[in-house]
Structure formats: structure tokens, C-alpha cells
Design a protein. Structure first.
Length: 429
């Protein structure tokens, strides 16, 4: 079950002759099912009003659905060619476009359960707002690609495992580690300085990318002679007035992402909701907003694992959000087979896709049990595949599907998937 590489070989620099075409809320992408808008949600954090506006945008301008992305953002599909101005005005009024020039670089993931059932760990949610503010105030940051990723982890190691470019890991005693790329070492700073240090790390990357002349989009794409150095980063932090020290070797923690866990206790409880394949109707989305609102605040948190956390959901009568969400076709129970199945857009939305992978995934979700997650891809690009863990790789071809690189007849997919998902992955993974 080899994982396909997420970037080009690190032995050779990535050299590009064009800019980043990653879609945003203002730069729409033309897809086979209409235009697509990707709305950045730093940290996945939405208040009730913002979430309501996203539902309205999907209904007014799109196909009536909202898609959750592997970076905790929200996509709207099926948009009309002339909707750009109206969509931008709607999002801006809700505070979802604080800096139009920076809207595609606001790629920040954060521990979804930060501050919720996490005694002894720092609450990184305030860091999200501060880093977002600093990003939007930095003219230099506009040069970042739409793929550059910040991760703010409360110390458990969930979002730190998502291959971010800059990782901030909370530590005890008011300290935090800042990691550049996937290095084993880090730089330690005070938690109060963590958001600023993260921005300075991104600006350091931009300087290195300019020196390399390769138009790298991510830290991992820098050629070896331009690789970021922790000692130089400490020097840059000191010059900016941030006290920092190098930590040469760190054992980085790892935690599983949050999963649906049941109704909880009391009249309000945090809920983890899984929309199958990360796609919700406007009606389902509005139900989540209502349950979150009736629970007394806390808004919604979109996770990089295409789930939604409701920090304070009303779970008892008369609202009984748990039962209503379950009855609406969303997953809130542990051990549901949808918990480990993901897919790219596939046909008919993507012109490059060779199959309707979502329909095929739905047809087999109850017939292919196993411990390992499976990702259905419509082509070899494997968009949206899992990060940081072993997974079963199912890719559409002109003749059907390849399962972990082996052609597999459609009639044998269920059995082959079950076998692959119950096989222990190689130790190297």
C-alpha cells in the first residue's frame, strides 16, 4: 500500500514557469460543473453568522452544496460565471474576506479540539486570529502561494502531521516550538510570540525561494543549497525582537484526528460530525448551524479531515441536535464505515477524472470493511488524499481501477478493498 508522493522528488528542485493557480473566493476556478470558489477559513473557525452566510452563498450562487477540504476550508461549486461580485460582497460583509489581496494565502489549520476537553494544553484558537491578522497586514505575505500551509497544534500532534510548511507546537510553561518544513529540529519561542514567529518563518521562506529562483511554492520544494536553516531563523527572530533558541532534535507527537463519538452527556456537549465524502446540502449545513447556535455559542469548526466540530451542541430535548443530525444523513456515531472513506470530486465535476468516484464509493462503502482508510481518486493526481498515515490507494484508469497500483476488476473491488484495508502496512509507513 505505497503512498504516492505529495510533491516532486526532493533530489531535484521544483522549477515552475507559471504562478500558482490555486482557486480562492475571488479567483474562481472553471470546472466541468460550473465555477468553483474556495473560501479560506483560518483554523476552520466560523461563528454562527459566518456559517449562515456560507449556506446562503451556496444556495444563492452555487449548486446548493458545501464541500469541506483537506485544509479545513469550504468550497462552493456550480457557480455562475457572473456571480463573482455578488459572492465577494456577501462574504466580505460576514468578515470572510478581511484582506482581498491576501485571501488565498490564509491557509491555517489548527487543532480542532483546542480548548475543548483538552485540560493542560494551550488553547491555540487565539493564535489563529493573531496569525491571520499578521498575515493580512504583511505586504510580503502576498507572495506566498495558495498551497503554503501553517499548522497551529496544541501539543497533541494532530495537525502537525499534515505536512505543513510552518508548524507551531504548543508546549508546557508558556513555550512553543516552531518547525520549518519537515525537519527533526525546531526553534523554541514564548507562546505569546508564536504567531509572529510563524509569519517570520514564511517570510524567511520567501527570501530563500527568491534566492533559489525556482518559484517554489512550499518549503519542501526548495533546492538543498537554499534549504532553511534553524540557526539563521533564530538570528532572524532575534533581529525582529523575538527571543528564540534552537532545539536540535524533537520527538514530534502524533494524535489521531477527532472522530464522531456519540451523543455525550448533559444538555450540551461537543459533537464531531462527519458528512459523507465531505459534502453537505444547504439544509444539512443549516441544521448544524442551528444546533450550534442553540447550544449557547462556540460556532463551528471545520477540520482538515472533512468533519465539523460543534464545541457546544444542544444534545437534549427540545432540540436534540444529535438525533436530528443523525436523521439528516450525517455521521455522528462511532465506527461508521464512512469514517475512513474519502474521494476526490471525480466526474462530472472534474474534466480530468476517469470515473464517478463518489458514486462508486457510495456503492461499496458498506461492503469493504477494514482498519486502513481508503481514498478514491479519479485520476493519478490523487487530489485530496489523506496525509500523515497509511491508506489504501484506489485510482481510476481508462480500464477501471488500480488498487495500490494493481489493476482490479470492478466486480472484485469490494473483496480486494477489504483485503487491502485489513493488511498491516509496511513498517516504513
Amino acid at each position: 500500500m505505497p503512498q504516492p508522493p505529495s510533491a516532486a522528488s526532493r533530489d531535484e528542485p521544483v522549477i515552475r514557469d507559471r504562478g500558482d493557480a490555486c482557486p480562492g473566493a475571488l479567483r474562481l476556478h472553471a470546472a466541468d460543473d460550473g465555477y468553483l470558489a474556495r473560501v479560506r477559513i483560518p483554523g476552520g473557525l466560523l461563528d454562527v453568522r459566518q456559517a449562515s452566510v456560507l449556506g446562503l452563498a451556496a444556495e444563492r450562487f452555487g449548486d446548493g452544496h458545501l464541500e469541506l477540504t483537506s485544509r479545513g476550508n469550504v468550497q462552493l461549486r456550480g457557480l455562475g460565471e457572473e456571480c463573482g461580485s455578488g459572492l465577494a460582497q456577501l462574504l466580505d460583509a460576514a468578515g470572510l474576506l478581511p484582506a482581498p489581496s491576501h485571501e488565498r494565502v490564509r491557509n491555517i489549520v489548527a487543532t480542532p479540539m483546542a480548548g475543548i476537553l483538552s485540560a493542560g494544553r494551550p488553547d491555540v484558537t487565539p493564535w489563529v486570529g493573531e496569525l491571520d491578522r499578521l498575515l493580512c497586514a504583511s505586504a510580503r505575505a502576498t507572495a506566498l502561494s495558495g498551497r503554503f500551509l501553517f499548522a497551529l497544534d496544541d501539543g497533541r500532534g494532530d495537525v502537525a502531521a499534515l505536512e505543513p510548511d510552518v508548524t507551531v507546537l504548543g508546549r508546557a510553561h508558556g513555550r512553543a516550538l516552531v518547525r520549518l518544513g519537515a525537519g527533526a529540529g525546531a526553534v523554541e519561542v514564548a507562546q505569546a510570540d508564536a504567531p509572529r514567529a510563524a509569519l517570520l518563518a514564511a517570510e524567511y521562506f520567501l527570501d530563500a525561494a527568491d534566492a533559489a529562483g525556482t518559484r517554489a511554492w512550499r518549503i519542501a520544494e526548495l533546492p538543498p543549497e537554499n534549504a532553511l536553516d534553524e540557526r539563521e531563523f533564530v538570528r532572524r527572530l532575534g533581529a525582529a525582537g523575538v527571543d528564540a533558541s534552537r532545539v536540535p532534535a524533537v520527538v514530534w507527537p502524533y494524535a489521531e484526528p477527532p472522530r464522531p463519538w456519540g451523543p455525550g452527556l448533559g444538555n450540551t456537549a461537543p459533537l464531531c460530525v462527519l458528512p459523507p465524502l465531505g459534502r453537505l446540502t444547504v439544509a444539512q449545513w443549516r441544521l448544524l448551524v442551528q444546533v450550534a447556535d442553540r447550544g449557547g455559542g462556540g460556532g463551528l469548526r471545520v477540520t482538515p479531515w472533512r468533519t465539523v466540530i460543534l464545541p457546544r451542541a444542544s444534545t437534549r430535548r427540545p432540540i436534540n441536535g444529535y438525533a436530528r443530525i443523525r436523521d439528516a444523513g450525517l455521521v455522528v456515531a462511532p465506527d461508521d464505515p464512512w469514517q475512513s472513506v474519502t474521494a476526490c470530486t471525480g466526474k462530472p465535476g472534474c474534466a480530468k477524472s476517469l470515473a464517478d468516484v463518489r458514486a462508486d464509493a457510495r456503492a461499496l462503502v458498506g461492503e469493504s470493511a477494514g482498519g486502513l482508510p481508503v481514498h478514491w481518486s479519479g485520476c493519478a493526481r490523487r487530489c485530496g488524499h489523506p496525509r500523515g498515515a497509511a491508506w489504501v490507494d484506489l485510482v481510476a484508469t481508462v480500464d477501471g481501477y488500480e488498487l495500490d497500483g494493481k489493476p482490479t476488476p470492478h466486480a472484485q473491488l469490494a473483496a480486494a478493498l477489504t483485503a487491502a484495508r485489513t493488511t498491516t502496512p509496511p513498517a516504513s509507513q
